[in-house]
Design a protein around this ligand. Structure first.
Ligand code: C5J
Length: 223
């Protein structure tokens, strides 16, 4: 299968060897009262990508592709949250503090769940990650290797933090990565634009980018 519209040049992949990786589409980042807002961000900006991400998720499931969801999540005793992360900046609530959606960025809390509309389906991989990257201190690489995955399609939030970090980690592990432009968002539009540019610069130094519609069209084309 080929995404002709991909940048900086067409992206070839096989559904059976490709996973859709949706990064951190959690209430903690997407809704008021969560981690994103405690850092001073306008979380309403992120809602814009939900329809495109949902359309891609539905089509990818329909095609039988592997789906991976990640959550930035710490264990209840915060033993996987370095003080340098917890103490950084001047948030209104720190990781582990009790907020309106439960303890901020702690696994199992209401705010830590993926938003309902993109909730994982039975059998899909869900990775709880203590870092920004999806490969750091998780079993993701082994799970993908076991399934013969060579290509990753990325969406999720935020573009320049957890999405970009995960893409760079994936790139170093040998995956051909593509970022779905309208399925990722940042609290800072300029950072999103810069990330898309830097990913595909220098002949796709980190990977490709393409609109979600290009993937939908490719999946609809007869084989
Ligand atoms: C952040 C993330 N922004 N999921 N996490 O702290 O990008």
């Amino acid at each position: 299968m080929r995404l002709e519209q991909a940048n900086p040049f067409p992206y070839d992949f096989e559904v059976a060897k490709t996973a859709l990786v949706l990064i951190d589409m959690q209430r903690d980042f997407m809704e008021p009262g969560g981690f994103g807002e405690t850092l001073g961000n306008d979380v309403s900006l992120l809602q814009a990508i939900v329809p495109a991400a949902k359309a891609v998720l539905d089509a990818w499931r329909q095609a039988g592709g592997l789906v991976v969801h990640t959550r930035e999540a710490h264990c209840t005793d915060l033993s996987d949250c370095p003080p340098a992360k917890r103490n950084r900046g001047n948030p209104t609530l720190r990781i582990g503090d009790e907020g309106p959606m439960g303890r901020v960025l702690v696994a199992g809390e209401p705010g830590n769940q993926i938003i309902d509309v993109l909730a994982p389906a039975e059998g899909e991989i869900v990775i709880d990650k203590p870092g920004k990257g999806a490969f750091y201190a998780t079993a993701l690489h082994e799970l993908l290797q076991r399934r013969g995955i060579t290509h990753l399609l990325f969406g999720g939030v935020t573009t320049e933090v957890c999405v970009q970090t995960s893409m760079r980690e994936a790139n170093d592990r040998g995956y051909d990565c593509l970022l779905l432009e309208d399925c990722t968002e940042s609290y800072f539009p300029a950072f999103k634009a810069a990330t898309l540019d830097m990913v595909r610069a220098q002949g796709a130094i980190v990977g490709w980018t393409a609109p979600g519609a290009a993937l939908l069209a490719a999946l609809r084309r007869p084989a």
